[in-house]
Design a protein around this ligand. Structure first.
Ligand SMILES: Nc1ncnc2c1ncn2[C@@H]1O[C@H](COP(=O)(O)OP(=O)(O)OP(=O)(O)O)[C@@H](O)[C@H]1O
Length: 604
């Protein structure tokens, strides 16, 4: 499926580079198929990275021994270490621990781990989720702080599944997907299907849910009335950039629509001291052109206000033009006398045609077969927008009838929507322009939703807040959401790792892509590696992922009933040499025999 998507978006002439590592293909239970990977690369030329920058040569030796035994030749990639340093005495440890697995865990935590904790980052990587919990519980009872990559990812929790769509719906109230979740959570429909159906019907009727919070249910009726019975001004601006607070308007164009008929046009160019290099690529207005045609900013803005008079305003993507006009008026100390009744043709088009993928002016012109060009010249654009309005007008009546029907049929659900959601939505909507410390804001929102929606705080909640505290700088809530929501929507719990975690407990699966100075792989017993019910080849790759997370030190251990440990920890490197015959995972046998055949020099 993913491959089909990729194939559909890449063009024929595009050069495609795929990055991958067969030896880390460990997600067959989620549908990943390594043979598929093999079949597609037949059409590519393969390049291998030769130098490994993560691990020093003594660790690469281990990986190579392992690959030689368990991976098919054609798939194993020889790597050269960037560093050829002598291992420290505690860098390569294999420990066989007496008795059953809980003893092994106790031994690791009590005897071995403390030795490594002040030597960089450490991870204990285990095969199963329950072992993550066991280790974490024991560490907690000993007061050793750590980050447990939890068995149920916080990004799959009800908290994130309700907060993220809720926040998205504040900045993008047109996204149906966000509202599917909101309706499910806040309206408590009997099932997801009815919530989804209600949302689809609402959008298909030309509403957006927030209409019912802001008394905006009559927008289409009002728009139709103004267009058919009054003078409205369609306007557009060209500017020196997209920063509405600082950039200058350099052109304003307007056109009258009187009772639905096109009237006079208006156009003015404004002087500016700001740089035009970047914006000129869009609007094509040159410095020379402005020198010849532009007038004083104050005079130009006043001329526009005079042209508009008391009429209502319409623009395509009104939010931008409105805010840059307001900001320019303010900066020139001119009172804003513009009518507050303003319509956005982008909004109207989304309501009339909720199924389109694009709503840019040029696309709508084409879709509705309208004459006119969208040239990024303000005057051409207002003429095109005026023609768009005339075309949209013919679709209004039918949609208004749909709306009446929807209101009639869904009276109860709409009542519930207002009762259960209006207050929360409006309150947070009003925060959008405020500066927020996002970590504190998120905590505030979460506490509210936890009570309102009645669910428990997920584990690693504090870790999430700490991540926000460190990574998200103070800004308006709106800017923060615009910058972060898409990123957070793709997050998994391990993405919260920021590098200051001293000790991490995780399954190997969840450790993919990460790296640590010290890596512990406990429970290396036969039956666990490879797991009796798993595919051996894939489990070898899983073990390889664990091994290759180490940047400096690798500590492997197993347990056996028949063996008594008597040596002290200081012998650790030699342990690889000493215990060749005890029961252990077949995955570590080649590593052990390699060490048996070699005299390892270690620094002391
Ligand atoms: N050219 C380079 N010079 C110095 N360091 C590098 C270079 N390339 C990668 N590294 C470092 O090597 C380490 C491993 O790189 P990276 O995480 O990109 O590898 P990877 O292929 O994604 O590993 P894996 O898939 O096994 O997790 C990182 O610490 C990275 O910063």
């Amino acid at each position: 499926m993913q491959w089909e998507i990729i194939n559909n978006i890449i063009k024929k002439e595009t050069t495609v580079v795929l990055f991958g590592d067969y030896e880390q293909s460990i997600y067959s239970f989620l549908g990943a198929d390594i043979s598929f990977l093999k079949s597609i690369i037949e059409n590519y030329s393969v390049h291998n990275f030769d130098i490994n920058y993560r691990s020093p040569s003594y660790l690469l030796e281990i990986y190579k021994e392992f690959s030689k035994t368990f991976f098919k030749d054609e798939w194993s990639v020889p790597t050269t270490a960037n560093e050829t340093i002598v291992p420290e005495k505690d860098a390569l440890v294999y420990r066989n621990i007496d008795d059953f697995d809980k003893k092994e865990e106790e031994y690791i935590i009590n005897k071995i781990l403390p030795y490594y904790l002040d030597k960089g980052t450490t991870a204990i990587l285990v095969r199963f989720n329950n072992k993550v919990n066991d280790f974490s519980y024991m560490l907690e009872s000993k007061g050793i702080s750590h980050f447990k990559v939890s068995t149920s990812d916080i990004f799959k929790s009800t908290l994130l599944k309700s907060t993220l769509p809720f926040l998205s719906s504040l900045i993008n109230p047109y996204s149906r997907t966000n509202w599917f979740y909101n309706m499910q959570h806040f309206l408590k429909f009997p099932n997801a299907k009815t919530a989804t159906q209600f949302t689809i019907n609402l959008f298909n009727s030309g509403f957006i849910p927030s209409d019912f919070f802001f008394n905006n249910e009559n927008v289409l009726i009002d728009f139709k009335y103004k267009i058919q019975n009054e003078r409205v001004i369609v306007f557009d601006t060209e500017t020196t950039g997209l920063d509405t607070n600082n950039d200058d308007i350099i052109q304003i164009a307007g056109i009258e629509l009187i009772n639905g008929k096109i009237g006079q046009t208006f156009e003015v160019f404004l002087k500016t001291d700001k740089d035009l290099t970047e914006s000129q690529k869009i609007h094509k207005i040159t410095r020379e052109y402005l020198d010849e045609h532009a007038v004083d900013r104050k005079i130009a803005l006043k001329q526009f206000l005079d042209f508009v008079g008391k009429s209502s305003l319409v623009a395509h993507n009104l939010k931008y033009d409105k805010s840059i006009i307001e900001s320019n008026l303010k900066r020139e100390n001119i009172e804003n006398s513009l009518n507050t009744i303003q319509f956005d043709t982008l909004d109207i088009a989304k309501r009339l045609f909720p199924r389109l993928h694009k709503y840019k002016l040029e696309y709508l012109i084409e879709y509705l077969n309208i004459e006119g060009i969208n040239s990024h010249n303000a005057l051409d654009d207002v003429i095109a927008t005026a023609n768009l309005i005339i075309a949209l007008e013919t679709h209004l009546e039918a949609k208004i009838i749909d709306q009446k029907h929807f209101l009639l049929v869904n009276e109860n659900a709409i009542k519930k929507l207002k009762e259960n959601f209006k207050e929360t939505y409006c309150k947070h909507y009003n925060f959008l322009k405020r500066y927020v410390d996002f970590s504190k804001y998120f905590d505030f929102l979460s506490q509210e939703l936890i009570i309102q929606l009645n669910f428990n705080k997920p584990s690693n909640y504090d870790k999430l807040l700490r991540y926000f505290e460190l990574k998200i700088k103070e800004d308006t809530l709106e800017n923060t959401l615009l910058e972060w929501l898409d990123i957070l929507n793709t997050f998994k719990e391990t993405d919260l790792i920021i590098g200051d975690e001293n000790l991490i407990i995780s399954t190997i699966h969840r450790s993919k892509g990460l790296q640590f100075d010290n890596v512990f792989i406990p429970n290396c017993n036969d039956g666990i590696y490879p797991f009796i019910y798993a595919d051996e080849e894939e489990d070898a790759r899983l073990f390889y992922v664990a091994l290759t997370r180490a940047k400096k030190r690798l500590i492997i251990s197993s347990h056996t009933k028949n063996h008594k440990t008597s040596f002290e920890f200081k012998d650790n490197v030699k342990v690889f040499l000493q215990y060749t015959n005890v029961e252990c995972s077949k995955f570590i046998l080649p590593i052990k025999s390699y060490f048996n055949s070699k005299d390892i020099n270690t620094s002391t």
